[in-house]
Write a protein that binds this ligand. Structure first.
Ligand code: SF4
Length: 465
């Protein structure tokens, strides 16, 4: 019930309470009486196997978390949220419908934070692209480039965010949060591939920034709406915010349920720390608390019983962006087989990104362009500077090579010893190479397996969840 009261407050229809003094007085009185202001409990639904396992356990009354012995009641979950990056696999979107039906059956509100439509973001992105070209032609790179583009963006805010959401919602008889979620109102960034292509960002260069921009920030924007609508304060900030209320002991942190299995402790610890550092939310990892490993998930998913029906969800696959830099090459081969247009778009994007940052490939740093990177490779390939002692340590060998060769000589030598190391490697070639090594693999073979080293492996708490 609480969930629906909160949800209706998000409609903004006559519900805003912007008197902070009164809020603080109310919160203090509440603290004296007992409980702090209650935060939201959000299930981050990544549409993959981990999230599916959590949902399967939840609907069967078997989910445990937050150190409690009794099972979680579905009414404790305020929203299950999937933040779309704009380039999710088609099979994940099918999983969304199946998982949504289960959540409906137990009354858990679920929503997708959609990207804005092409019509909404294209004109703006085109102007941004023109600015990127202008800056590149003027020689801007690195930090200078980033600062210049940030400044452009300050003067040119995303038009799709600036809408009269309340009027649109009122006209449709719906809640503001529903309309915003559906029309890209929680995403500051256009779809991930188009954005990277415009910015000429190499994927591996992105690290975990993509997760923050396309998954974490949109969910925070949703939380921000909720704290504003229900308590008149924004989410973050040292003063007048939910974060400040938490710090003063007047409000609870929001709880974010994340799908990571028991055998993913390194990721869990990193995710927990970064969530805690935010100061207004904390992460819960029920699968880990329940000791459910990746291998155990199949058992749960194969046999989901709800209202006398039996469901088999074991065919739900790993989720993620189609051009994730952490994906195995096999996934890129699948993409070429099943979505050739998107694959071509990705290949084109990589070539353009390489013009700006020639070092980066879509699958990691594969091109050596500096002496610093060339020397260890030369040492590993057996090159020695004249006079290097036979029993020299690796460190000494590299030091002597450094003294002996300048940058051009080092790169020339490397080009002779390992031509691939100094030439750009494009995704088409990498995929061809993968196929030669895996001539019999089928699409099903590849997508049925996961891969270990996705963003979530150490950073992206949403990936593969
Ligand atoms: S790490 Fe991969 S899946 Fe996660 S947001 Fe980045 S590109 Fe997408």
């Amino acid at each position: 019930m609480a969930r629906f009261e909160q949800a209706s407050l998000l409609s903004g229809r006559g519900s805003r309470a912007l008197d902070l003094e009164a809020l603080l007085a109310q919160a203090k009185a509440q603290v004296r009486r007992g409980p702090r202001l209650k935060g939201l409990t959000i299930l981050s639904n990544g549409l993959g196997r981990d999230s599916a396992t959590i949902i399967a356990l939840l609907v069967q009354g078997k989910l445990r978390m937050d150190g409690r012995r009794e099972p979680v009641d579905p009414s404790e979950i305020d929203f299950a949220i999937f933040s779309d990056t704009g380039h999710e696999w088609a099979y994940s979107l099918i999983a969304r419908a199946r998982l949504g039906a289960l959540l409906d059956a137990v009354g858990v509100a679920h929503l997708t934070l959609e990207k804005p439509t092409a019509r909404q973001y294209r004109p703006w992105l085109k102007r941004k692209g023109a600015e990127v070209e202008r800056l590149m032609a003027a020689g801007y790179r690195g930090r200078d480039f980033t600062n210049a583009i940030k400044s452009w963006q300050r003067d040119n805010p995303q038009p799709w965010l600036d809408q009269d959401w309340e009027a649109i919602a009122a006209a449709q008889g719906r809640d503001v949060w529903e309309v915003k979620a559906e029309r890209g109102g929680y995403h500051r960034r256009p779809p991930i591939l188009e954005e990277r292509d415009t910015m000429r960002w190499g994927t591996s260069f992105m690290g975990h920034a993509c997760t923050i921009g396309h998954k974490i920030d949109p969910i925070d924007a949703f939380l921000n709406d909720w704290t504003l609508a229900t308590h008149g304060v924004g989410l973050k900030g040292q003063r007048d915010s939910w974060q400040a209320l938490v710090k003063q002991g007047l409000a609870e942190k929001h709880r974010i349920i994340i799908g990571m299995a028991a055998d993913e402790q390194t990721r869990i610890e990193r995710g927990r720390k970064s969530m805690e550092a935010a100061g207004y939310k904390r992460a819960l990892y029920p699968l880990s608390e329940m000791g459910i490993s990746k291998d155990d998930e199949g058992k749960v998913l194969r046999d989901v019983r709800l209202n006398g029906e039996r469901y088999n969800l074991d065919d739900i696959k790993k989720s993620g962006c189609m051009m994730c830099h952490y994906a195995d090459l096999g996934f890129y081969w699948v993409l070429r087989q099943t979505e050739p247009k998107t694959f071509a778009q990705i290949a084109q994007y990589q070539r353009r990104a390489n013009e700006k940052a020639p070092k980066w490939s879509i699958k990691g740093v594969v091109r050596v362009t500096t002496k610093r990177d060339a020397i260890p490779r030369l040492a590993a390939l057996g090159l020695r500077a004249p006079g290097t002692p036979k029993k020299a340590s690796r460190q000494e060998i590299e030091k002597l090579l450094h003294k002996w060769l300048d940058k051009d000589q080092a790169l020339e030598r490397l080009a002779k010893l390992d031509p691939q190391a100094v030439s750009p490697v494009f995704i088409e070639e990498l995929v061809d190479d993968w196929r030669k090594k895996n001539p019999k693999a089928t699409v099903q073979d590849v997508i049925s397996k996961g891969y270990d080293h996705c963003g979530a492996a150490n950073r992206c708490p949403f990936y593969r969840s």
